[in-house]
Design a protein around this ligand. Structure first.
Ligand code: FES
Ligand code: FES
Length: 163
């Protein structure tokens, strides 16, 4: 079966019902996508299919109907995605295990809702668990990422002006 993952085409020989998470980790070696619960209860395995956040432990390989993006392919070549950069700014991670899923969920939220309210953040992120309790930093980082993404580029100073 054919899959596009992080912009690269792959042909994989796996059972149709194999969860996408297994394909990503065990077949393609993308171990940055994490296995937490396997039953849609933790969000650690979150990736995007066609830009939408999904639990990869719950999607059969044969049902993948669009390009897959993992945390490994979220940023552009050589640059972090704004959400990843905000995670660094706020030093969000503790043990880090849940964080690739948190970041993928947050990135999907901001692509749909560029200026989320506290309630939007709570609703979008409520299925992503963090046993280290980094929730306040996650919320702060999402707000920082939103602010940066929404900031208009500063005008280029006219030659001869000193700003
Ligand atoms: S591993 Fe998929 S939701 Fe927990
Ligand atoms: S940082 Fe440890 S589980 Fe979230």
């Amino acid at each position: 079966m054919k899959l596009t993952v992080d912009g690269k085409p792959h042909e994989v020989d796996v059972p149709q019902e194999m969860p996408l998470l297994w394909v990503l980790r065990d077949v393609l070696g993308i171990t940055a996508v994490k296995y937490g619960c396997g039953v849609a209860q933790c969000g650690a395995c979150t990736v995007h299919i066609d830009g939408v956040a999904v639990r990869s432990c719950q999607v059969a390989a044969a049902d993948v109907d669009g390009p897959v993006t993992t945390i490994a392919g979220l940023g552009k070549t050589g640059a972090m995605h704004a959400v990843q950069a905000a995670w660094v700014t706020h030093q969000v991670a503790q043990c880090g295990y849940c964080q690739s899923g948190q970041i993928m969920q947050a990135a999907a939220l901001l692509s749909e809702t560029p200026d989320p309210t506290d309630a939007d953040i709570a609703e979008a992120m409520r299925g992503n668990l963090c046993r280290c309790g980094t929730y306040p930093r996650i919320k702060a980082a999402i707000k920082t990422a939103a602010r940066r993404l929404n900031a208009k580029p500063s005008p280029v100073p006219a030659p001869g002006t000193d700003r």
